[in-house]
Design a binder for this molecule. Sequence first.
Ligand SMILES: *Cc1c(COP(=O)(O)O)cnc(C)c1O
Length: 413
Amino acid sequence: PFTPQDEWTAPGHEPLVLVGGEGAWLVDAGGRRYLDGNSSIWTNIHGHRHPRIDAALCAQLERVAHTSFLGFANPRASELARQLAGFFPPGTLERVFFSDDGSTAIEVAVKMAIQYRQQAGEQERTGFLAFDRAYHGDTMGASSLGGVPRFSERFRRFGFPVTHLTGMDDLRSLPEVVVETTAAVVIEPLIQGVNEMRPWPAGMLRELRGWCDRAGVHLILDEVMTGFGRTGRMFACQHEEVVPDYLCLAKGLTGGYLPLAATLTTASIYDAFLGGAERTFYYGHSYTGNQLGCAAALASLEVFEEEDVLGRLPARIESLRAVLADLRHPWVYDRRQCGLIAGLELREPSGDPFPADRRVGEEVCLAAREFGLLTRPIRDTIVLLPPLCVTPEELGQAGEALRQAIETLSLIH
Ligand SMILES: *Cc1c(COP(=O)(O)O)cnc(C)c1O
């Protein structure tokens, strides 16, 4: 995935083979250790081989790994749904629909939003709004909402039409006819991940909620990256006291152990699916409500409590801030941070972007490996998004690895 095949299959290419992990560290086939600087593509929360989650999975295996959720229930999924809904004020996000990945969590929200409007007598509301440079996943529906040209342009005419906006100003100047025919607007709250870790202006989410309420448009929040403590609160929307109409969760839901996703919604949306078999939501995946995945997710939520994970975050977020501030080099153009999510943008000392074909971001990450840090850039922005269990000392090591990588490369270039 996301890997040029010529390079992958080039005769000299030695893929990095990862065979183990412990806490914030990964181990390769040669026994070398790397700090997991992007939480294994933004999934891992409490570290690898966490005893509590490992034990929960072993215990679940003594019962059963997976049973169908199509018309059946299982205790793990029921309990997980109850706990997820419990994070939000009573009378808000009370209903949970399980699926497998971030992309499917988005597909669920989109299909539910369409069918809801049909069944609520608002057939004219068929449109979707999304933001430029947004990323919501790679399935056809999710990528229709996406706004990163190099991922979605090729497929644009095969997906469904979406109106893309740059920000709140665009939203406010939408023609009335567009507003009245819109089902929902989707956004990554507080920070756009794939858009090189770019935070939204403070207060924007609350403004968007207000606009949605006035316009009768539903708000879909994609918290696939920001959920589960990554921004300093359990969910990013809690920073601005916003509750969406649909909340999409995946990546960190199982602590980064297994693919599992959830789309939360309100009772009033749920109720539009009552009143006869023709109102059935014909949507589901074979592994919906997977018991192992739900067991891992429940154990991950327990770890949040037992280890006071959220209470310990502010100090770690400050350490990350200090590490970024210490990274002073003519190539460091910008430091962007939201909680334990950071992007370090590299440019020419003149402030101009590096030519794309120099692939500076990739080279820096490759060099950082030699100094014990594993991460993946987005173009020339180096992502630092460690597991929440990362210590200030480990953050310091990550910063040091990046400093050495940048210095080594800038001497060659
Ligand atoms: C990763 C991501 C997705 C897609 O999730 P997958 O599990 O990779 O399908 C969607 N939205 C955001 C914000 C993401 O970061």
